[in-house]
Design a protein. Structure first.
Length: 422
């Protein structure tokens, strides 16, 4: 099989790493990829945003399966463009990708499918939004409807904060058109988990559970990021919680999408709050998580490629994935300054040494290769994963690898998984 992965982060390196082990693979391309994927596949210099060029390349190269990593090309219709060209694509159509592209659409599906989620209301009128906050009180959650690079959500602990968020999103338009509509919802309390499933429209295959660490600072302080590290399995994602997630959240969502004539295919990522009443949906994403992908794929024993293909042709019910009886931890190493401004171009040493440590795989994200060396070229630069017999072992192995990596201009959180060990 000839496969094209789209994207350039740690998630895409992990997908390339898993797929390159498949005996079914004959040729692997990554567009645009990074130096990590270049070691496993042929990188093609087409950006993830250029759908026309990507599909033209896939046609010319007789690609059998396209695997988009990030949400942007999905929301922009890469699966539709692949379908029109007769190429299988493991991802949702633009219409189905609205599950992530619009928070209001996600909530409509949740209500249609009777999925447990926070009470909500949507607003296009700023005054009405302010009035609603006055009625409901705080804490309360304000969300820009559209894609806002993970920065569109404000969990307001006071009414003043909520009013400020509404003014910033709707009045000052800090997220542009993504904030023309907002969703205001009830604040949920509990522990967060992310549950992943591979979907073929009708069926969902469980892909694992992880806990992300979204804030940049230790003890969950500072601004939100794309994710500073992840562990699997988090102790608060118990089997009954996972069963309830599949039965009451993921499968009903798939049925509701079929009922709307927009069946969902590809990776479905449910962000959940484990409350006293069980798991409640915070949001759906229409892709694998990053760094959750780098955390879960090292636990997979089976060949990933036939499962991804089955997601595109409706035969997922015949697929059975086997997993290692192990735990996994990923520590993300970032350029100093991230998620604010940061410098690029500093050299990173010790990657190969770290990668040789027991249980460790170093995935590259924002890197570039120059004269045989690897330089930082982004905010999140490396995703250092380790698996182990226990979470404790996985976490210590990941930090042992971090300590072998010599990169004075980088930093990481030192407390990934700490709360899970208490
Ligand atoms: P999202 O971008 O929707 O993932 O939201 C970002 C973060 O905001 C989530 O990971 C939660 O920590 C928090 N959040 C979102 N919605 C709620 C809610 N209804 N109650 C409490 N926290 C929330
Ligand atoms: N790590 C969270 C995400 O991929 O959205």
């Amino acid at each position: 099989m000839r496969v094209l992965i789209i994207g350039s982060g740690g998630r895409e390196h992990a997908l390339a790493w898993a797929i390159s082990a498949s005996p079914l693979l004959t040729k692997l391309y990554v567009a645009p990829g990074n130096p990590g994927t270049a070691a496993l596949a042929e990188n093609i210099a087409i950006p993830a945003s250029n759908i026309a060029k990507l599909v033209e390349f896939a046609k010319d190269q007789k690609i059998d399966l396209v695997i988009p990593g990030p949400e942007a090309p999905l929301v922009a219709g890469i699966a539709d463009a692949c379908a029109a060209a007769g190429i299988a694509c493991c991802g949702p159509t633009a219409a189905a990708a609205q599950l992530e592209g619009s928070k209001a659409f996600c909530k409509e599906i949740a209500d249609a499918a009777n999925i447990p989620t926070a009470a909500w209301a949507e607003f296009t009128d700023e005054d009405a939004a302010h009035d609603y906050v006055d009625e409901q009180g705080a804490p309360i959650v304000i969300k820009a409807d559209g894609l806002a690079a993970g920065k569109g959500v404000v969990v307001a602990t006071t009414e003043d904060e909520a009013h400020e968020a509404i003014s910033a999103i709707m009045g000052d338009k800090i997220h542009g058109e993504a904030g023309a509509k907002i969703v205001i919802e009830e604040c949920l309390f509990g522990e967060e988990i992310s549950v992943f499933a591979l979907c073929d429209g009708l069926d969902a295959l469980y892909l694992g559970v992880a806990a992300d660490h979204k804030r940049v600072g230790e003890n969950d302080t500072g601004p939100n990021t794309g994710g500073m590290g992840a562990i699997s399995p988090p102790p608060w994602g118990s089997q009954p919680v996972l069963d309830a997630t599949m039965e009451r959240i993921i499968r009903p969502a798939l049925a509701a999408m079929v009922a709307r004539d927009t069946p969902f295919r590809g990776f479905l990522f449910a962000g959940l709050m484990v409350t006293e009443e069980g798991p409640k949906l915070i949001e759906f994403n229409v892709r694998f998580g990053d760094p959750e992908c780098e955390t879960l794929l090292p636990l997979l024993r089976s060949d990933l490629l036939p499962a991804l293909l089955a997601a595109t042709d409706g035969s997922l019910k015949h697929v059975d994935l086997r997993w290692k009886d192990a735990a996994s931890a990923t520590v993300v190493m970032c350029a100093k300054g991230y998620p604010g401004a940061y410098a690029t171009g500093s050299e990173i040493f010790g990657l190969a040494e770290a990668d040789e440590l027991p249980g460790v795989t170093v995935f590259q994200a924002g890197t570039m290769a120059e004269q045989g060396g690897i330089l930082a070229n982004g905010g999140r630069v490396l995703a250092v994963n380790a698996i182990g017999a226990t979470l404790h072992e996985a976490i210590s192995r990941a930090y042992a690898a971090v300590d072998v990596i010599d990169w004075p201009d980088g930093f990481c959180r030192r407390d990934i998984g700490k709360r899970a060990l208490i």
